[in-house]
Ligand binder design. Structure first.
Ligand SMILES: [Zn+2]
Length: 69
């Protein structure tokens, strides 16, 4: 009594959430997301940095994937 092995396709979220470096508190954290900096012209190539969840809430940052285009 053994059915056919069902192949399960992992339907994970397309949102890249993982462990990474948060540029706001200068440390590694879980759940970092790529955030687009609003201010341009600082000349430091700050086109995009990763921010963790708490820093996004603290600084009101919106991840790139959540920004309306
Ligand atoms: Zn952070």
């Amino acid at each position: 009594m053994s059915g056919p092995a069902k192949q399960q396709t992992e339907d994970t979220s397309v949102t890249p959430v993982g462990y990474g470096y948060c540029a706001w508190h200068s440390g590694y954290s879980r759940g970092v997301r790529l955030v687009q900096l609003a201010d341009e012209g600082s000349g430091h190539g700050s086109r995009g940095h990763f921010a963790c969840t708490s820093c996004r809430q603290a600084y009101d940052l919106v991840p790139l994937a959540d920004q309306p285009l």
